[in-house]
Design a protein around this ligand. Structure first.
Ligand SMILES: [Zn+2]
Length: 407
């Protein structure tokens, strides 16, 4: 099956363009156009601009999910996550419905962008390609041949964070009905957070403990400022080493004891240099390593109680249910926030249960970016810079680690 896709014509007569491309790269079985066509034109192949169609075994849908080839005018939110392809613009994106997102090809309009294929929430490989309008001077067409899915060993998109591509259905149901031993046997070469993954970005690692390790957060939300008494970003992640780790941080097992101890050590150091330490954990059954963020916030920016008040509201708005520490569920899906106040000895704490199948993995980062009024740093992918991060990790090891006693 040979298919041609064209960007938005915006009034351009696409007849000669299709003729030329069809002669050069075709013959095509059909052509999909990402926009409207003016006038009555003749084409050498069937041309579709809307609706739902079948070409052989492939289904094509404009604006609908549950098809093999999907066409939308906007981009789905966060499609650029974990892509090495640079994207130097921010776009108006739509809230994607992950429960039916299983297309093999997804075409959208915008600047030209083709990210690496990834495994979608239904366990199939997706290629996302954005095409420019025809008159833009940028790439406006894409020709490809497909008979359906060919391979599925691509990395999984961090919408899910798990490499369980053949178990997509189970993830959708939000159930984990297999015994742990079977789950642990799965290869974890492509898990973004397993230390055993040869492609893990080791330059970010600051410390490795017995059951957890500490990294600089890739594309950290905050950067060091010369007027502050902290020579590093300080935005860290404490990540359980085990691929299937304990999710309730309040549980008293060695793994959580180590994480809690290290959080306290780092937080006391941040406090000693006039920063609140904001610690957050999002634990959900779609996340394999429920890591803890630690973010230093200078006390001149906001009070610790101001941060707590902000999250009290936004967490409720997100549909999280506040629970007391005593009644904190022994539960997969929860969000915990602790703010170590540097102006008192107080530790402010919030606990929420989450009764949702799908959550925004960036919940903490987006809210902190809003609190700090640095919305331009919401996307970690846009903030990522290996040279800056390597220097920051080295500074942390040299200047801060000697002052902290970690397990
Ligand atoms: Zn893992």
């Amino acid at each position: 099956m040979k298919i041609l896709v064209l960007g938005d014509p915006r009034g351009t007569n696409i007849s000669p363009i299709i003729e030329e491309l069809n002669t050069k790269y075709g013959p095509f079985n059909c052509c999909l156009v990402l926009g409207t066509i003016g006038g009555i034109l003749e084409f050498p192949v069937p041309v579709y601009t809307e609706g739902r169609h079948s070409i052989g075994d492939l289904s094509i849908g404009f604006g609908t999910t549950n098809v093999d080839i999907m066409v939308t005018s906007k981009w789905p939110k966060n499609i650029e996550f974990n892509s090495a392809v640079p994207l130097n613009t921010s776009l108006d994106c739509y809230d994607i419905d992950l429960t039916s997102y299983g297309c093999l090809y997804h075409f959208a309009t915008g600047p030209f962008f083709e990210r690496e294929p990834f495994i979608n929430p239904l366990g199939r490989p997706t290629r996302f390609i954005s095409l420019s309008p025809i008159d833009s001077g940028d790439r406006y067409y894409y020709a490809f041949e497909t008979d359906g899915p060919q391979r599925n060993d691509w990395p999984q998109h961090p919408w899910l964070f798990l490499k369980e591509s053949t178990h997509g259905k189970r993830l959708i149901d939000g159930q984990r009905d297999e015994p742990v031993s079977k789950r642990q046997q799965r290869p974890q070469r492509t898990c973004f957070l397993c230390l055993s993954n040869p492609d893990l970005e080791k330059y970010l690692i600051i410390h490795i403990g017995n059951s957890s390790y500490i990294t600089l957060s890739k594309g950290p939300l905050t950067v060091a400022k010369p007027e502050w008494n902290l020579p590093v970003s300080g935005h860290l992640l404490i990540i359980p080493i085990s691929h299937d780790s304990v999710r309730n941080l309040l549980k008293n097992v060695p793994e959580t004891q180590e994480i809690r101890y290290n959080v306290q050590q780092i937080a006391s150091y941040y406090r000693s240099v006039s920063f609140h330490a904001v610690c957050a954990q999002l634990s959900h059954n779609t996340i394999s390593h429920p890591f803890v963020h630690i973010l230093p916030v200078h006390s001149s920016i906001i009070s610790a109680s101001g941060i707590i008040q902000y999250f009290e509201k936004t967490a409720r708005d997100a549909g999280f249910n506040p629970v007391s520490k005593a009644n904190f569920p022994d539960h997969f899906n929860c969000f915990t926030l602790q703010v170590y106040d540097c102006e008192s000895d107080h530790i402010h704490e919030l606990f929420f249960a989450i009764n949702r199948k799908w959550i925004d993995f960036q919940f903490f980062r987006v809210n902190m970016a809003n609190i700090l009024n640095i919305q331009e740093r919401i996307s970690w992918a846009k903030c990522a810079d290996q040279a800056i991060e390597t220097a920051d990790v080295q500074n942390f090891r040299k200047l801060v680690l000697p002052k902290i006693n970690l397990q």
